[in-house]
Design a protein around this ligand. Structure first.
Ligand code: KIV
Length: 318
């Protein structure tokens, strides 16, 4: 396996803007621990999100709501140790930013000072603009998160695809503009069909990324445990497990090793770390080449619904 992390400079805000300008896709992933963060960096990932999804896939809660700030800091510290040369974003858990600007700044600072994160992410639109301003004024980069926002699923009536109706699209676009105005450096859209998320991407100056938001965005996020097929409870519709794509490559690699016991005495090169790195690398390649996500992994939109969206005054054709 080739090491990449030592040769690679950590990407920053300017790189992400440049990549948007050049239509170069950003490939990123969630991570919650040291070994998988290490694998992601070795594979050449552009950025890592320490998501509060870790509360479910790593800590075993039923939803993301119980995750505490202290738990998030522990996960983020481990990720930073595993991926010292990667742009890492800490995800503000429920309860860490809703109460007021002051609490939000304090908790965002914890991600930066204690865990060495490069930015934070928070959920919500207009109602969160004051938080975004306060945290950016404190010198911390903020990523916005719209569409399906898991911390407030009850207000959507459950896990529902967003942006399909004119009302939902216009509301999301309005929220996106408000967040941009408030100072976010980028935006994540979750669970939307490709066309409305592509529209939002087209109209915003900041990079717009997607998870389950189709192919017309500036980059793709995937949950580590979905990519690995490592979470037992369910598999979201839009995710792809990459292990089946690389097993043959892994088999070939492992069978080429003559003495497995001598393999990787300085650095482990005989097992899951290699397989995981291969799988993440394949995901990165597919994102960069525009092969993931194609329609199979995108939410469908009926022709009639698309026509209605196109009739919105907020829809720009070119
Ligand atoms: O926590 C997380 O991983 C997230 C993604 C689902 C977008 O916020």
């Amino acid at each position: 396996m080739n090491k990449v992390s030592t040769e690679r400079k950590k990407l920053n805000l300017v790189d992400f803007q440049r990549m948007k300008a050049k239509n170069e896709m950003v490939a990123w992933i969630t991570s919650y621990d040291m070994p998988f963060a290490y694998s992601a960096e070795q594979a050449g990932i552009d950025m890592i999100l320490v998501g509060d999804s870790g509360g479910m896939v790593q800590l075993g809660y039923q939803t993301t709501n119980p995750v505490s700030m202290d738990e998030m800091i522990t996960l983020a510290k481990a990720v930073r140790r595993g991926a010292p040369n990667t742009f890492v974003i800490g995800d503000m858990p429920q309860g860490s930013y809703e109460v007021g600007d002051k609490e939000a700044i304090q908790n965002a600072l914890r991600f930066v000072k204690e865990a060495g994160c490069d930015a934070i992410k928070l959920e919500g639109g207009k109602r969160m603009c004051s938080r975004v301003r306060a945290i950016t004024d404190a010198g911390i980069l903020v990523m916005g998160h719209l569409g399906l926002t898991p911390q407030s699923t009850s207000s959507f009536g459950g896990y529902r695809v967003q942006g399909k109706t004119v009302e939902s699209f216009e509301k999301t676009l309005e929220d996106a503009f408000a967040l941009q105005e408030a100072g976010i450096f980028s935006l994540l859209l979750e669970a939307m069909p490709s066309e409305p998320s592509g529209q939002i991407r087209k109209q915003l100056k900041v990079p717009v990324y997607g998870i389950g938001a189709g192919q017309y965005v500036d980059g793709q996020l995937i949950i580590m445990h979905d990519l690995m097929g490592f979470y037992q409870s369910f598999r979201p519709w839009f995710t792809k497990c990459y292990i089946p794509c690389v097993v043959k490559e892994f088999e070939q690699y492992i069978s080429s090793i003559t003495d497995i016991r001598k393999c990787g005495t300085e650095e482990r090169t005989d097992g899951l770390l290699v397989l995981a790195t291969m799988a993440i690398k394949r995901y990165i390649d597919e994102v960069k080449e525009g092969k993931f996500p194609q329609e199979e992994f995108s939410y469908p939109l009926k022709e009639a619904d698309l026509e209605k969206l196109k009739s919105s005054k907020a829809w720009k054709l070119n």
